[in-house]
Design a protein around this ligand. Sequence first.
Ligand code: GLU
Length: 482
Amino acid sequence: MTFVGMIFSRYTFTMSKVRVRMAPSPTGYLHIGTARTALFNWLFAKKNKGEFILRIEDTDLERSDKIYEQDIVEGFKWLGLDWKGEIFYQSKRLDIYEEYIEKLLKSGRAFRCYHSQEELEKERGQQMVDKEAPRHICKHKLSVSASEQNGRAGIIRLAVDENSERLLTFDDQIRGRIDWEEKLLGDFSIAKDPRTPLYNLAVVVDDIDMQISHVIRGEDHISNTPKQILIYEAIAQAGKTPLKIPKFAHLPLILGSDKSKLSKRNGTTSVSEYKKDYLPGALINFMGFLGYTYSKEILSKEEMADEFELEKIHKSGAIFDIKKLNWINSQYIHALSTDKFKKMIAAKDVPEKALPMITERLEKLTDVADFDYFWKSPDYAKELLRWKKSDLETSLKTLAEVKKIIQDFDFNKDKNEFRKALDEFSKRVGDPSSPSGQDRGLVYWPLRAALTGKEKSPDPVDIVYALGKEKALERVSKAIER
Ligand code: GLU
């Protein structure tokens, strides 16, 4: 049975207890940290049979761009982080913010400040000298004269008691109790004007209006939380809504390999750059571990959700280890069905038998180019055919014998029979000085080179079987002709 949403919301959300949100600002491409935050919100919603919503925080018109918004939305879709219902846009909610701001102004909890930038800087400079927290203590909250207004529109600030002895406290679901001295906040700004809210106000209005139960976000927002708590209180005091503050959980930072904050300098930060190399499930699996430990290493987001608890999120920074991502990705590629894999690499003529040989070895999808000899004739320098313990002439002579073996061999027989034939032959071309009296390299090296044009590859016997007799012969002949 579902109930209709509470009266003070303009939406009819179902009355599930847990509702979380992802609230990206479209001021850059989807960042891996934002995707990780989205995943943790998604997991928490899933675990608690709650709802996960998407809100685009695009009130900063100068820095917001549709291109970034598209990239973020596409990125969430690619990762399978599905949200409930429509996407909310802050830019379409200006009437709502205005309503709240007017109410705050009327109640006196917010006021207009007419100080100039210069005056604010002077105040800050003095605070630096006095070794005080930088903040604005505004006397315009009490009264303001026409000359002080000086024809300016003024920005809107929350009135904060500069003499307060109160500690603003919240119980962070990950980090435990966090205290903040109210008086250190100063009369912080909440809007440029009633239709231009700033981040802290817009976020609180939306989280109230959308009945968000838990705010799960990066730890860089910890210092915003006390300000937001004051806004919740002010809105309640202004008689706008009952006081109901969500629970907060601040996720640990993601660190690059050098243990400083992940940035373009020490890692790839934008999700779209991972798309060509990584499977979405693998990236999700990897991101799940950025600040959490699950009972097994390879698991889907649904399996993660079963285990997920906010309290078990790590407190310390999570290191972005690309080697781990590559390993996880290799597991996902290996598990792909051959059909899916073929579609993914878009190479038409990959022999069926070659597919497992490739998927077993790939860490990144674009590395498939290293295996292109399965669908096109290799190109290489003749010198590659020379076995290192011999000369080119002997290597080619041996290859000519190998060609005969291939010609005469019945490939309906098991591949071990073919290997035996090559091994037998290698005894005859053997190097008497080697302990086994044979030189398998002289047989297998030129064969591998002829088939693949590479120094390293899967077992040449397997490659002959994957390519088939005809193609294998064609490549060996070409090598001899060179
Ligand atoms: N728009 C904010 C950001 O992208 C969201 C912060 C929040 O979750 O409250 O960082």
